[in-house]
Design a protein around this ligand. Structure first.
Ligand SMILES: [Zn+2]
Length: 237
């Protein structure tokens, strides 16, 4: 990390949990939680980082707000949910993560007091050190719902964990994303690709064509490594 970037991160107060790029098992075993709108979002947005953390011995949970049931051709919601749940479970096996399905419906997500509490109670029960979720400026309303309820929990629970946003299909879905943290995923690019490719029903070739490879390369160039994932981490103060 350059001194300038370190200064920037320090000035944002990011170090109550170490900078994402500097976390290793030597510090302590961390509880990492990632919340996404659909199966394949956490994998696409930060699958390399999650794989890296689990390989270092940290505990990783992936929570999907919906089961992605709106997007499997020829299947009704219930049948589609079964397919996508299995795909997500397979992806989590590859990332050595625990999958959790929060139970909203793909394409019909909503944010209300009951669900804010549900998401908040779930996050509290996980007692995480770090939570990843979608950046709230996104063209997909399910991504926005996941992001808003996670941010709400972060505030109400007293900022007891580090909150970092990831990008998915930046420019198409995630909008106006200007990262302040990076994780080198060069050694985990293949593991991430395998996790994304578990989502057979979603045409994983298309998912990657949506800009993930270009994004890994570009963020890698910004960070000075072959491949990276980028994050916007909230200041803790
Ligand atoms: Zn999605």
């Amino acid at each position: 990390m350059t001194n300038r970037r370190k200064f920037l991160a320090n000035s944002l107060g990011l170090f109550s949990v170490a900078n994402l790029s500097e976390i290793s098992y030597k510090e302590k075993k961390l509880k990492v939680l990632c919340i996404g709108g659909h199966p394949d979002d956490p994998e696409s947005g930060c699958g390399g980082t999650l794989s890296k953390f689990s390989s270092q011995g940290h505990s990783v949970t992936v929570a999907y707000l919906t089961t992605g049931e709106a997007n499997v051709s020829g299947k009704n919601l219930e049948e589609a949910a079964k397919v996508r749940k299995l795909e997500a479970e397979n992806a989590c096996k590859i990332m050595n993560a625990k999958p959790v399905f929060l139970g909203q419906i793909d394409g019909a997500t909503f944010v209300n007091a009951e669900w804010r509490k549900k998401v908040r109670d779930f996050i509290k029960s996980e007692n995480p050190d770090i939570v990843f979720t979608h950046w709230p400026l996104d063209t997909h309303p399910d991504h926005v719902a996941a992001s808003i309820m996670t941010h709400d929990a972060w505030i109400v629970l007293g900022k007891t964990f580090k909150l970092s946003y990831y990008e998915v299909c930046a420019g198409d879905q995630t909008q106006l994303f200007h990262p302040n943290e990076y994780v080198d995923i060069t050694d985990f690019q293949e593991q991430k690709r395998k996790a994304v490719y578990c989502h057979v029903s979603q045409n994983p070739l298309d998912i990657y064509a949506c800009g993930h490879t270009a994004s890994e390369d570009f963020r890698g160039r910004e960070f000075g490594v072959k491949a990276a994932e980028a994050f916007i981490t909230m200041p803790m103060k």
